[in-house]
Design a protein around this ligand. Structure first.
Ligand SMILES: NC(=O)c1ccc[n+]([C@@H]2O[C@H](COP(=O)([O-])OP(=O)(O)OC[C@H]3O[C@@H](n4cnc5c(N)ncnc54)[C@H](OP(=O)(O)O)[C@@H]3O)[C@@H](O)[C@H]2O)c1
Length: 393
């Protein structure tokens, strides 16, 4: 295999750092072309010292000569601003793009990579949630390769037959079983949810992740977004996907076939496994994650999802059925609601109420351009702030 040249969008985040850990094990296979961050210049510089990329990007930092020089000393050219993300994702020198920016900010550079036919390792689920049609169309048109990094989608991808793109029914698939840990509050009384603090919500029992996705896991919005993501990735209808609580996060998801077989992917809950899988696919490389010791795990539990406790799952099924900009609105309202919860402006149990109020008040349009998506996103954000300010929930 020739050396792959990689851009890591969001290299200073949880997925970005794990990706660099795996890449560090194979300097002959992977060469880092560009690393990007929002504002964490010090960690970005540390990463540049080790991986010597040609470019680094800081999105939310003003042009700064001293900083430029410090990166230059490491043989890296420092670029500033959001447009630079698209440049380093779409550049002709790049083979592979790890899309690991959090939120809708990841959309444009991921679309840019897709339009240029790159191999995209997709962690940024929001790209598919907010504009699945546009991303899938761009991938098809330019024959880009989209490999899921989200552990559940990576597990589904591994459990499906190789030619599943001809259709799930044609492949003998009865349903996809999307597993969910249920987060840290799976067994709390419903009336306790109002008092949950950001610190408690960010402490996931199995996974170590960024703040936003940790809160999403606690509300199960993460699973709601994953359900939408799975529909796009595997060309599935919502009725072909079942969400199943599995608190240990050992089975990362499953595929049930017509003949009664259920194929699952298991592993220690560590994102380096799906990252290594996507990086090397169709080969297999070591990821640094130890082999699962099932005797030590002992037993695996499962339970059906309680929609009273996790109403966002019901919302996700409705949103997929509605189509158009409904999922864009869901995502935008969630991003604002989570930020407001982390800033202690709303309570944990109000996150879903806020999102539902915004969905009920907005008009859904069909997604035929990026402008439509970005306008729906913007309107939903403004409306979410208003709903929160007016205390409408
Ligand atoms: N963490 C997981 O285990 C996991 C699992 C599955 C899927 N995912 C998905 O992977 C993505 C990344 O998650 P994460 O947990 O790694 O997030 P994270 O730790 O919060 O890291 C986010 C990365 O994106 C950068 N960033 C943040 N806002 C940005 C903006 N507006 N413009 C450009 N860059 C921005 C951050 O830079 P700074 O460091 O400078 O802020 C950081 O490099 C998310 O879509 C998440 O849903 C994560």
């Amino acid at each position: 295999m020739t050396q792959q040249h990689i851009t890591i969008l969001g290299s200073t985040g949880s997925i970005g750092c794990s990706t660099l850990q795996v890449i560090a094990m194979y300097p002959e296979k992977y060469r880092v072309y560009a690393l990007t961050a929002f504002s964490n210049s010090e960690l970005l510089l540390e990463q540049c010292k080790e991986f010597k990329p040609a470019y680094a990007v800081l999105v939310n930092v003003d042009v700064n000569e001293e900083l430029i020089q410090r990166f230059k000393d490491q043989q890296t050219q420092l670029l500033f601003g959001i447009d630079a993300l698209e440049e380093v994702a779409a550049n002709h020198s790049v083979d592979t793009v790890m899309a690991a920016i959090v939120g809708i900010a990841g959309l444009k550079p991921t679309l840019a990579a897709a339009s240029r036919g790159k191999r995209i390792l997709l962690a940024n689920k929001e790209s598919l949630v907010v504009s699945g049609q546009l991303l899938i169309d761009a991938v098809k048109l330019s024959q880009a390769i989209l490999l899921p990094v989200d552990s559940e989608h990576n597990a589904i991808f591994q459990s499906l037959p190789i030619n599943h793109q001809r259709g799930l029914t044609e492949s003998g698939v009865e349903k996809i079983i999307l597993t969910a840990s249920g987060g840290p509050f799976l067994h709390n009384q419903l009336n306790e949810l109002a008092d949950i603090t950001p610190e408690q919500a960010c402490k996931h029992p199995n996974w170590s992740m960024g703040k936003k996705i940790s809160v999403d896991s606690a509300t199960m919005m993460n699973k709601a977004l994953e359900l939408i993501e799975a529909c796009w990735l595997f060309n599935a209808s919502p009725s072909q996907i079942e969400v199943l609580i599995h608190p240990q996060s050992i089975i990362h998801s499953m595929v049930a076939y017509r003949d009664g077989s259920v194929i699952a992917q298991l592993g220690c809950p560590d994102m380096r496994t799906p990252i290594a899988h996507a990086l090397a696919y169709p080969d297999r490389i070591k990821s640094g994650v130890p082999t699962l010791d099932l005797a030590k795990v002992g037993s695996l539990q499962f339970e059906a999802v309680n929609l009273d406790r996790f109403p966002v799952i019901r919302l996700a099924y409705e949103v997929v059925k509605t189509g158009g900009t409904a999922s864009t609105i869901l995502n935008a309202a969630n991003e604002v609601a989570v930020e407001s919860f982390l800033n202690r402006r709303i309570r944990f149990n109000q996150i879903t109420d806020v999102i539902e109020a915004v969905l009920n008040q907005m008009t859904i349009n069909s997604v035929d351009s990026l402008d439509v998506v970005l306008a729906a996103d913007q309107q939903a954000r403004v409306l979410t702030y208003t709903v929160i300010e007016k205390n409408e929930v």
